[in-house]
Design a protein around this ligand. Structure first.
Ligand code: NAD
Ligand code: LMR
Length: 330
């Protein structure tokens, strides 16, 4: 049996965590042979911590073979001690009629102190996935604070995997294929309504996706449905997506750590100039992961239709950045 690793989850009493914790505890994220110690972080509010104690009672009641410890914390300096993997979920969700960037004021301030605490206390190889919205800019805030403490910004990702999975599912339904028969899906840019789900390189059962669907469907149905899926779920459920968000977080971290076997996945990672997206934002790119490292897929042709959409989502990310520039210096 491997040595236990420490997995920190913020927002541990919230709705995503209620699904995520149990998936991690059962081995879906790091594999069936990887024991875990769960570091559950919440705000220092007695009612919230009491609720979290109830979740811990349920973790105990599952008698998970892989769980070697469960900790409750309300201080990130204590909660991130020795952390190997961190899932930063804790943040306010949006309600009907809001855009995710409307949450910047409420949530941005959470991620600087968490980045700083991760740099001070976590394992130096820690991998961090930011789920709390607006995820890309929150990841930028956390990565910037952590870089001052010696971590590499590449250790901080934002989650666009839910968008990627939504895009795969929409295309599978449209073409009558199974999800597993869709490859080379890409979601570029921001986890927001400007994201660009791109079928240019995508294949279905090895055939180009664009030979199976028409351009009108791509423009009028596929792209808007994926872009607006979060809002559609809020409208239907009265709450934002939770189980599907947890599942995407498990997919993202599993692929980052255990590898993608050459398959492409969409990950929000620090822009490095690839595809004309200048450094300074956390941008959704097609990635391949191997030996615990990710690489942006290089050399793809970008047509004018894609270029315009990739630039529009980049522009939005830079506007978000400008709105929180003070938090990057704090
Ligand atoms: P929720 O309100 O059910 O839970 C959030 C929890 O975070 C609360 O229990 C709250 O007390 C806690 N929290 C707040 N600040 C914290 C802090 N500083 N430290 C630790 N915990 C803190 O919300 P939810 O539905 O679980 O969603 C959480 C976030 O994830 C929201 O911002 C939501 O918009 C976002 N989200 C992102 C994606 C994505 O694809 N990236 C998908 C779904 C939801
Ligand atoms: C989602 O995409 O479901 C989440 O980001 C929640 C939201 O606000 O849409």
């Amino acid at each position: 049996m491997k040595k236990p690793v420490k997995v920190a989850i913020t927002g541990a009493a919230g709705q995503i965590a209620y699904s995520l914790i149990f998936r991690i505890a059962s081995g879906s994220m790091l594999g069936p042979d990887q024991p875990v110690i769960l570091q559950l972080l919440e705000v220092p509010v007695p009612e919230v911590l009491e609720k979290l104690k109830g979740t811990v009672m349920e973790i105990d009641d599952c008698a998970f073979p892989l769980v070697h410890g469960v900790e409750i914390h309300s201080d990130p300096m204590a909660g991130f001690e020795g952390t190997d993997y961190a899932l930063l979920v804790g943040a306010r969700p949006r309600g009907p009629g809001m855009e995710r960037k409307d949450l910047l004021t409420a949530n941005g301030g959470i991620f600087g102190p968490q980045g700083k605490a991760l740099a001070a206390k976590a394992n130096k190889d820690v991998r961090v996935l930011v789920v709390g919205n607006p995820a890309n800019t929150n990841a930028l805030i956390a990565a910037t604070a952590a870089a001052r403490g010696g971590l590499d910004p590449k250790q901080f990702h934002a989650m666009v995997r839910l968008d990627h999975n939504r895009a795969v599912s929409q295309l599978a339904t449209k073409t009558g294929a199974h999800n597993t028969e869709i490859e080379k899906m890409i979601v570029w840019g921001n986890h927001s309504s400007t994201q660009y789900p791109d079928l240019s390189h995508c294949t279905v059962r090895g055939k180009p996706a664009k030979s199976l669907v028409d351009q009108a469907w791509i423009e009028k149905e596929f792209i808007p449905t994926v872009q607006q899926r979060g809002a559609a779920i809020i409208k239907a459920r009265g709450l934002s997506s939770a189980a599907s968000a947890a599942s995407a977080a498990v997919d993202h971290m599993r692929d980052w750590v255990l590898g993608t076997n050459g398959k492409w996945v969409s990950m929000g990672v620090p822009s490095d100039g690839s595809y004309g997206i200048k450094p300074g934002v956390v941008y959704g790119y097609p990635c391949i992961c191997k030996n615990g490292q990710y690489e942006i897929v290089q050399g793809l042709s970008i047509d004018a239709f894609s270029r315009a959409r990739m630039d529009a989502t980049d522009t939005e990310l830079r506007e978000e950045r400008a709105a929180i520039e003070d938090l990057l210096k704090a």
